[in-house]
Design a protein around this ligand. Structure first.
Ligand code: NAD
Length: 354
């Protein structure tokens, strides 16, 4: 048996592939364009492992997808591939439309062609799982209930608008063509192998480098944090037991202000790797101008997933953030590879500069 994963060299997709292969002998075909956020070093432990086949390519390349699907006959396709960084989407939205909208459209069309031709038993067992975000729902006021699956879509950034568009395409391919789809909406993830442009790895790495810890505006924006391996477990659960055509919200009931998250990281570093001058890392906190249109609060109501599929996160925020800080302290090689450009050089050698 085989699954096809897209974006499996990224943060969540990479964690998903590693976790999947820790418990399965199925072949994972991993299609990734290796944008700046894709990193094969994350998958270094799989080198030579016959259960993993990496393919360098774009989800918008329908011909390539057609060949991969025909060759490997996967029982499921899981779509993690995306442009994912809100700030980048504000400065350059085009890539977000290309991958998240046009790419998802091409992927759906390739999968539909493959699925249409499957024998009846394989056809009903097949699943297309689309990994999406809570950001499609927009922003919450302090007194609002967390996002449930029936919350209206109200995306505010080019990133969330492009993800919302992709969700609608996935939904339409189910209703119009019968494709057996599942969609998950997860809150903010954190954990190992996170590209250091996002808040948590950025703060850990800047703190260790003696650099300022940038906080947008007053730092009172609230996010609902989930340890990435809990997200991966939720995706496996939805793939196994979810009802096609349904959406599932994934979250850990961990609402935190950005300032609280940064202060927690500073305290952990004070304990695990004290500053040489004896001062606390919180001294490095520096407030910077807020992001335009910055959503104030996200929070996920995960009761449907808990009730219907019996999923529960294994980590609390305290246990997950401690593991994460420790992981960055223990994996400075990975960090150096991502931040130094060495990884890019290696990639150019591997792929002839593609
Ligand atoms: P990421 O940016 O770390 O990884 C994305 C991966 O997709 C990279 O490996 C990149 O090379 C690849 N990719 C980009 N464009 C591609 C294309 N056209 N074809 C093939 N591969 C392509 O992102 P992430 O944080 O791992 O997010 C994965 C998915 O989860 C995204 O769909 C994102 O919207 C969703 N999500 C993320 C979070 C979060 O907190 N990070 C939360 C909820 C949902």
């Amino acid at each position: 048996m085989t699954i096809l994963v897209t974006g499996g060299a990224g943060f969540i997709g990479g964690n998903f592939v590693l976790d999947w292969l820790a418990g399965s002998d199925e072949l994972v075909v991993n299609l990734d364009k290796l944008s700046y956020a894709g990193n094969l070093q994350t998958l270094a432990s799989l080198q030579g492992d016959k259960r993993h086949r990496f393919v360098h390519g774009d989800i918008a390349d329908r011909a390539l997808l057609g060949r991969l699907l025909a060759e490997h006959q996967p029982r499921a396709v899981l779509n993690f591939a995306a442009e994912s960084h809100v700030d980048r989407s504000i400065h350059g939205p085009g890539d977000f439309i290309d991958t998240n909208v046009v790419g998802t459209f091409n992927l759906l069309e390739a999968v539909r062609g493959y699925w249409d031709d499957l024998p009846a038993a394989d056809k009903s067992a097949f699943r297309f799982l689309h990994v999406s975000t809570d950001e499609v729902y927009g922003t919450l006021a302090a007194e609002d209930a967390p996002f449930a699956e029936d919350h209206r879509y109200q995306p505010n950034s080019p990133y969330s608008a492009s993800k919302a568009a992709s969700d609608h395409l996935v939904r339409a391919w189910h209703h119009s063509y019968g494709l057996p789809v599942l969609t998950t909406h997860c809150s903010n993830n954190y954990g190992p192998y996170h590209f250091p442009e996002k808040l948590i790895p950025l703060v850990i790495l800047n703190a260790l480098a003696g650099k300022p810890l940038p906080i947008y505006g007053d730092g009172q924006q609230i996010r609902d944090w989930l340890y990435v391996k809990d997200h991966c477990a939720a995706i496996r659960r939805v793939l196994d037991a979810g009802t096609t055509g349904e959406t599932y919200n994934v979250g850990g009931w961990n609402e935190k202000t950005n300032l609280d998250v940064v202060r927690t990281i500073c305290s952990l570093l004070d304990e695990l790797r004290p500053r040489a001058d004896g001062k606390g890392y919180a001294e490095q906190i520096s407030h910077v101008q807020d992001r335009p249109g910055h959503d104030r609060r996200y929070a996920i109501d995960a009761r449907k997933l808990e009730r219907e599929l019996g999923w529960k996160p294994a980590e609390t925020f305290d246990s997950g953030i401690r593991k994460t800080v420790q992981w960055y302290l223990d994996n400075q090689d990975w960090v150096a590879g991502v931040t130094s450009g060495h990884y890019r050089d290696w990639l150019d050698r591997q792929y002839g500069g593609q």
